[in-house]
Design a protein around this ligand. Sequence first.
Ligand code: SAJ
Length: 417
Amino acid sequence: MKHDVCVIGLGYIGLPTASVFAGKGLRVLGVDTNPSVVSTLGRGEVHFVEPGLEAVVREVVNLGYLHVSSRPAPARAFIVAVPTPFHHESKGDPSPDISFVEAATRSLGGVAEAGDLVILESTSPVGTTERMREWLDDEMRCLGRNIGGAEVLFAHCPERVLPGQILKELAANDRIVGGLTEAASERARLLYGTFCTGEILLTDARTAEMAKLTENSFRDVNIAFANELSVICERLGIDVWNLIRLANRHPRVKILSPGPGVGGHCIAVDPWFIVDSAPDLARLIRIAREVNDAKPGHVVSSVKAAAAEQRTPVIACLGLAFKANVDDLRESPAVEIVRRLATADVAPLLVVEPYVSALPKVLSALGTRVRLTSLADAVSCASIVVVLVDHREFLGLDRTQLQGKVVIDTRGILRAR
Ligand code: SAJ
């Protein structure tokens, strides 16, 4: 049987995408190289927290619209949604790692046929969709198949959904579709039209690749502006939250929120893809990355300074996730701050993270200096309270409980009310 859609990579983007296609009655094959992901999904369960996703997956698996496998099979359309991390170079800037995209593309060498559509959803450096065509062509030639990559249609359709609201945004957001040919763009438009109620905007593949990188760099640069303001205000004795609230009353000013740094697998990563492709020109984008990456170090210094003033300091760190109300700890500045405080052995650390049941390895490996505990225990035992994430569980924090303690509120939640 030829599937309607085969999705390669069942992570934060691939799985919801496969599920919404299946929910529209398309026959979908989801592929993941991790055997435990395949077996979890085969039981109709999911391997990460995303509101509403488990119910959708259970339904489409039970109805037989979504199957999962460790290998791709023939399909009219293939969607590649694998990670595109970066290499931390020992010298110089980080550089993009597109080896998972290459492996996924080559895995289609034996199954793709002339007229099939291959879509890249992973955020990728400009030119990656063109390279996919070359990889597939090469793979098919090696396998002795008599069709080439050129007979397959290719498009880049970047995802732009917000973790925590993925199902809603998958359907509602406008979508950019950039084909290597117009025929590819048209086919991709038809496919996404099955569930996308937002506008589908057609362009070429290189523009689509750059658009995705631009969106996240725009946000990074604007968060860097807020983070720079926060450290300037600290020195000048000004409440940055109040300042931003006032400045934002100007009709054309919309400053974002400062925080402990920028985390997640998108905004802290994608700007480097632009810097890598034009290092001499991407000056502002690089500086924004550096400003945001310096923020965890600034928070650590403030906590150390507060601890140095006390005889027996105990530090409560509220939150580990990279942002509010999710369990995602990837590239989280909060984890990095706790790690640095523990490594420097500043004081006992009580960590509160309502969205995880155990500390991540990078922290549990540090031994008993870091303990995961409840909000009530952490707040009552600590002499220093550091707010690292604005989880809804922390918003009701009672100011009277914090009297007499040093409070370092990197998210401004205590001033917001
Ligand atoms: N942050 C701040 N201040 C702010 C806003 C965010 O410090 O005013 C921090 C957050 O705490 C977090 C980081 O920035 O550490 C990123 O969070 P986010 O909610 O802004 O974005 P992500 O990484 O969850 O998702 C982004 C989104 N991109 C944009 O908003 C331009 C999403 O639409 C993309 O699909 C996603 O990246 C992606 O996959 O690229």
